[in-house]
Design a binder for this molecule. Structure first.
Ligand SMILES: Nc1ncnc2c1ncn2[C@@H]1O[C@H](COP(=O)(O)OP(=O)(O)O)[C@@H](O)[C@H]1O
Ligand SMILES: [Mg+2]
Length: 214
């Protein structure tokens, strides 16, 4: 199976989600690999180096790829291939999305974050991607319930599906990333529970898509 993380903007939380998903599905017994398709940043690759130096378990496979096509050759070797895309993927994003069972598009609550992401989703749809395979996830989310509600309503009007749980912006997660941890590996149970729910629901959506496509 393949999940891609796509966004128009950088810094929205694609690599954070990639790491969370990789760690959680690996813990659940799947084999998984993150394909780091953002060579300019190499966020996931550098995180993997920190994870290894810290001796953290489980071991998570991360590899840098110059092209989406090369990354896709890995898909048969893993239960889940996670395509961690660059900002402004454009053509590459379409190739990623076409190969994927689920396209996850992280966004913040602000209009500045949501608008380019909605545009990117429309472009994927125009390129023939099934709208039902596109899932928005609020990431690096910081705001009131009212703000959450307004953002959901905005995305609904744009016909976008949004994941219920949100990936909160927290200093502990930032610190965890710096130490080679995924968000679910920070030393606070409440945070762990919250982000594990995000990973679980994304996997549920992935399985649902697989069933629909079969
Ligand atoms: N939930 C979060 N809480 C705190 N910091 C986060 C969170 N998600 C991401 N970050 C931090 O924000 C920055 C950008 O996130 P990243 O996942 O690398 O975005 P992208 O891959 O979309 O460019 C990184 O420094 C990352 O550690
Ligand atoms: Mg990234």
């Amino acid at each position: 199976m393949i999940i891609s993380l796509i966004s128009q903007k950088g810094g929205v939380g694609k690599s954070a989600l990639a790491r969370l998903l990789a760690v959680e599905v690996t813990k659940a017994g799947w084999t998984a690999k993150i394909a780091d398709l953002d060579p300019a940043q190499g966020t996931s690759t550098k995180w993997k180096a920190r994870r290894d130096s810290a001796g953290l378990q489980p071991d998570v496979a991360v590899e840098k790829f110059r092209t989406v096509d090369r990354a896709l050759k890995e898909a048969d070797r893993y239960d889940l291939l996670i395509l961690d895309g660059p900002a402004h993927a454009e053509q590459g994003g379409k190739v990623m999305a076409r190969a994927s069972d689920l396209v996850v598009m992280p966004t913040g609550y602000s209009l500045d974050d949501m608008e380019p992401q909605i545009e990117a989703a429309y472009e994927l749809e125009e390129a023939g991607i099934d709208p039902a395979s596109i899932l928005f996830v609020f990431c690096r989310a910081k705001g009131s319930d009212a703000e959450d509600k307004a953002a959901r309503s905005y995305l609904r009007k744009a016909r976008m599906s949004v994941l219920d749980p949100v990936f909160p912006e927290l200093a502990s997660i930032r610190q965890g990333h710096a130490e080679g941890r995924a968000a679910s590996e920070v030393p606070f149970t409440k945070v762990q529970e919250k982000v594990i729910e995000v990973a679980q629901e994304i996997v549920d959506q992935l399985m649902k898509r697989r069933k629909e496509a079969a």
